[in-house]
Design a protein around this ligand. Structure first.
Ligand code: ZN
Length: 419
């Protein structure tokens, strides 16, 4: 027994050294024998997954690219129909581009699952010409290939590995505005998640230094502070005005310490907008915009109260300061059932020959897991492919050799939860 513990430590140590600072690997999970038939089928399916990825990458689908989002939505509706799904095109809130494609598959099992991935990318039209689809050194490259075309491709292949007895109902939802906060589709995702046995979300995972699961995401919120002053000529009679810009400087000075640092509440002023400004005029209308990330709606409201307290008395007499905090995407915090799913995923992944997965307690970004978790059901995040370079200026890629084990992970999880 002691020998075994020592061996585990020896294996675990190099991985530990590569983890981001402050993170440790969770205790090891028990690993069973692989389902060899499923692993074989997943391995045989992998080239088709790669072919799907190529087709998806070759349709540019930035969050604001209506034409691209419609084209990729049409392709996905056809792909789901070809797999026997009933396809519904759903509308997000007014202004949402393209349709949210929802497919439903009915089996003979008892579990109901929602599988989530998003069609939109962070890129603008033309990126594909600069960084076209290519395969080199075991990696496939292209804009949005990891985030989140890999999630879509894994879902489309994983459902081919299932039998009707493997699930009661599968609902598959592909939305078009995840990268811009899912303001149009978020409520719909919460509705689709209601009553499900679990929600599996297929965002990509990191490829380096290690692959991982996500136990929490940060909620994203917008902070608006509007300052109303009084305009006056800057040269003739500035003393008749109330300078909203000077008051804005005061607002920044007394709130900039409301950021709590890494792993805690993040708050930063990011934008300023001015109405009717001119160089020779005392400004009377300034809005400061800040980015706030926190772990619960309650904490966001507490932040708002604290900011209002600090800004109750303007430093420039005669100015009026109004604080408004808007919750864009709720945070996700894995509950006990979701944490149990993470351990199950870690076990299955190793069974398929994959590495143990680290568990990120909370990412600085938000995902649709937050909207799904609002329905009060277990949510598992980051079942897409391991990738690199998403949301950065580096060329985005996924690891090709991870495809079979990722398909195995998805199919086996669905089967266990769905039967
Ligand atoms: Zn994403």
């Amino acid at each position: 027994m002691k020998m075994l513990v020592a061996a585990v430590l020896l294996i675990a140590t190099p991985a530990l050294a590569q983890l981001p600072p402050g993170m440790k690997m969770p205790p090891p999970v028990k690993v069973g024998k692989p389902d060899t038939a499923l692993l074989k089928a997943a391995t045989a399916e992998a080239p088709a997954t790669l072919a799907t990825l190529e087709r998806l990458v070759n349709i540019e689908s930035g969050s604001y690219d209506t034409e691209g989002l419609v084209a990729i939505g049409n392709l996905l509706a056809d792909e789901l129909a070809a797999r026997g799904a009933q396809v519904e095109r759903m509308q997000g809130k007014p202004g949402t581009r393209g349709d949210i494609i929802v497919g439903r598959l009915t089996g003979t099992g008892t579990g109901k699952l929602l599988l989530l991935a998003h069609m939109d990318t962070v890129y603008t039209h033309g990126q594909l010409a600069e960084t076209p689809w290519r395969v080199a050194d075991g990696k496939a490259y292209g804009p949005g290939i990891a985030d989140d075309k890999s999630g879509i491709a894994v879902i489309l292949s994983a459902i081919k590995l299932l039998k009707p007895a493997d699930f009661g109902q599968l609902t598959i939802a592909f939305n078009t505005d995840e990268e811009i906060g899912s303001l149009g589709s978020g409520d719909l995702i919460t509705e689709l998640a209601r009553g499900q046995s679990a929600v599996l979300s297929f965002e990509p995972t990191t490829a380096v230094p290690l692959e991982g699961m996500i136990a929490g995401t940060s909620g994203t919120n917008s902070v608006f502070v509007h300052i109303e002053g009084k305009a006056a000529h800057a040269g003739n009679n500035p003393e008749l005005g109330n300078n909203a810009l000077v008051e804005a400087a005061h607002v920044i000075a007394v709130t900039k310490d409301m950021d709590e640092g890494q792993g805690k509440r993040r708050f930063n002023w990011t934008q300023v907008s001015q109405e009717g400004s001119a160089r020779n005029m005392i400004p009377d209308d300034v809005t400061l915009i800040g980015d706030l990330r926190d772990i619960s709606d309650d904490r966001v409201r507490a932040f708002e109260t604290e900011m209002k307290r600090r800004l109750a008395t303007p430093s420039v007499p005669g100015t009026k300061v109004t604080v408004n905090v808007q919750i864009n995407r709720p945070a996700f915090t894995a509950d006990a059932a979701s944490l149990a799913l993470i351990d199950r995923a870690r076990s299955i992944y190793q069974e398929a020959g994959g590495p143990d997965l680290f568990v990120l307690p909370r990412s600085g970004g938000g995902t649709d897991a937050g909207f799904a978790a609002r329905a009060g059901v277990p949510v598992l995040e980051a079942l897409g492919l391991p990738g690199f370079g998403y949301h950065s200026s580096a060329e985005e890629y996924v690891l090709i050799d991870a495809i079979p084990r990722r398909l195995y992970l998805a199919a086996r999880l669905i089967r266990e939860l769905g039967r």
